[in-house]
Design a protein around this ligand. Sequence first.
Ligand code: CA2
Length: 150
Amino acid sequence: MPPHIAVLNGPNLNLLGEREPEVYGRATLAEVEARTRERARTLGVELEWCQTNHEGELVEAIQQLSGKADGAVINAAAFTHTSLAVRDALLAVRVPFVEVHLSNIFGREPERRRSLLADVAVGVVAGFGAESYRLGLEGLVGYLQSRHGR
Ligand code: CA2
């Protein structure tokens, strides 16, 4: 069976491409999804994609990864900086994940420089716009392959 990877997107990412292109780029979330799916196809992994504006829905989506996904690519958006609930859900399911951001959160306002998720992630990719998702997926797939090869 091909590895199953979930890509989870948090609040306001549905607005991508419409506003703040200088910060987040011009690609819409549908375009980011299409590019990421194209890479998933060449990597031979199955991709599931979702976006929610609600913290509880994101927590539920993370809980549902258990037993279903081999790994996850997560842009928790503003919840990255605020949500212990998202962190707790990720710790509970123990599914390896890569944290991704379109912008370089470490070069932004102080409140965005802190991630409540990064220390429990396999890795973090930030600042490459839509490419952050592709890079995150590649990193995660490489991690899963090396783990299986051990
Ligand atoms: O850089 C990222 O990917 C972020 O996760 C995006 C979040 C932000 O809160 C994080 O600090 C960094 C924002 C999501 C998108 O918000 C938009 C707001 C207006 C127009 C378009 C997108």
